[in-house]
Design a protein around this ligand. Structure first.
Ligand code: PHE
Length: 341
C-alpha cells in the first residue's frame, strides 16, 4: 500500500512538471502516462499486491489519481489547442514580432523614366509610343539610313528571320518617324520605350534596354533651342548646379549631331569611378533633324526645322542609384528590387 502511495505521488509530481507545447509532445504525454503500457496502467497492476482490507482505499486513491492524470491531459490539450493556428500544425508565439507584409515597389527604371517624362511634359511635350517590332522603313530607311549604309552597323540588329524587312526596333527614333508621317505640326513629343540590340550580355550591356527620345519640329527651331531644352532637362533631373558640355558626334538622322555630357553628379566632378575620373558622364545623343528625314516624312525642310535627342534610361538609372550591373534591372530578384521602396 505504501509503495502504491509513493508511486502515485512521484508520478503526480512528474505529471505536474511535464510541459507540452506541440502535438507530438502531447501524444508522448498520453503514451507515457495514460497509454496501455503507461505509468497509470503500471500503478493499477500493483493492486494485486495490496492487502484485501486495503483494496477499497487503494482503489479510491487510484481512481482519484486517474481523474487527475486525465484531467491534466485534457487541460494540456485545450491549452495547446488555443496555441494552434487555424491550419492546425504550427504553434503561434504571440510574443513574436508580426510577419512583414510584403508589398511591391516601383522598379527603379520606372521611377527614372517617369521622372524624365514628367520634366518634358511640364514644358509642353506629349508622350507617344509605337510598336517594338518595326519595319525597315521606320527603323532605318526613313531615318536616312539606306539599305547599304555603313551606319546600320552601329546598331546590331535583331532581324525577324521569316522576313528580314522586320526588326526589333533598335531605337525609339522609329516612333519619331511615325509621328512625323502624321504631318501634324508643330511636333513636341517624347518617345519612351524598350529597344533591342544584338549585344553580348555583360554587366554593362544587355540585348534590350530602355530609351527616352524626344523631337521638336516647328518653324525656326535652332540649335540654341536644343541646348536650352536639354540644359533645362538636366537641371531638373540632376540638380541646379549641374554643368553640361556638347561634343560633336555623328548620327545619320541629325546634322549637326552632338553628344551631351553632364558634370558628374555622383562626385561633384571631383573624379570617381562613375565618371572614370574625368568629371563628366555622357548621357545623350542629339542633333538637328536631317533635312532628308524631314523630306522622307513629307515635311518641308525649307519651312520647318527641328531637333531630336535620345538617351538611355538604364544607364542613367545605374548612375543615379550606383547599380554596377545592368542585368540586375531585368532579373527581378526580390532582394534587389526591395531596396527601392
Ligand atoms: N537614336 C539614337 C540612338 O539610339 C539616339 C539619338 C536620337 C541621337 C535622336 C540623336 C538624335 O542611339
Amino acid at each position: 500500500m505504501q509503495s502504491l502511495k509513493d508511486g502515485i505521488n512521484s508520478i503526480r509530481e512528474e505529471i505536474k512538471e511535464t510541459a507540452v507545447s506541440n502535438a507530438e509532445q502531447l501524444e508522448q504525454f498520453r503514451i507515457k502516462f495514460l497509454g496501455t503500457k503507461g505509468k497509470l496502467k503500471g500503478l493499477m497492476g500493483e493492486m494485486k499486491n495490496v492487502a484485501k482490507d486495503q483494496k477499497r482505499e487503494a482503489g479510491q486513491m487510484l481512481n482519484e489519481f486517474k481523474q487527475f492524470a486525465e484531467g491534466r491531459f485534457e487541460e494540456l490539450k485545450a491549452q495547446f489547442k488555443t496555441n494552434v493556428t487555424s491550419d492546425g500544425d504550427a504553434a503561434t508565439d504571440a510574443s513574436l514580432p508580426p510577419l512583414p507584409n510584403e508589398t511591391g515597389a516601383r522598379h527603379p527604371l520606372s521611377t527614372v523614366q517617369e521622372k524624365m517624362i514628367s520634366i518634358f511634359e511640364r514644358i509642353g511635350f506629349t508622350v507617344a509610343e509605337g510598336p517594338e517590332i518595326e519595319d525597315d522603313w521606320h527603323n532605318f530607311s526613313a531615318l536616312n539610313l539606306p539599305e547599304h549604309h555603313p551606319a546600320r552597323d552601329m546598331q546590331d540588329t535583331f532581324f525577324i528571320s521569316k522576313d528580314p524587312d522586320w526588326v526589333l526596333r533598335t531605337h525609339t527614333s522609329s516612333v519619331q518617324i511615325r509621328t512625323m508621317e502624321k504631318g501634324v505640326l508643330p511636333i513636341r513629343q517624347i518617345f519612351p520605350g524598350r529597344v533591342y540590340r544584338n549585344e553580348t550580355i555583360s554587366a554593362r550591356a544587355h540585348c534590350f534596354f530602355h530609351q527616352v527620345e524626344g523631337l521638336y519640329i516647328d518653324e525656326k527651331v535652332s540649335f540654341a533651342d536644343l541646348k536650352q531644352t536639354l540644359y533645362h532637362f538636366v537641371q531638373q533631373m540632376f540638380g541646379e548646379d549641374v554643368q553640361v558640355r556638347f561634343r560633336p558626334s555623328y548620327f545619320p538622322f541629325t546634322e549637326p549631331s552632338a553628344e551631351m555630357d553632364v558634370s558628374c553628379f555622383i562626385c561633384d566632378s571631383k573624379g570617381c569611378s562613375v565618371c572614370k575620373h574625368t568629371g563628366w558622364v555622357e548621357i545623350l545623343g542629339c542633333g538637328m533633324v536631317h533635312p532628308n528625314v524631314l523630306k522622307n516624312t513629307g515635311i518641308d525642310p525649307e519651312k520647318y526645322s527641328g531637333f531630336a535627342f535620345g538617351m538611355g534610361v538604364d544607364r542613367t538609372t545605374m548612375l543615379m542609384y550606383g547599380i554596377n550591373d545592368i542585368r540586375l534591372l531585368s532579373e527581378n530578384d526580390i532582394r534587389f528590387l526591395k531596396q527601392f521602396k
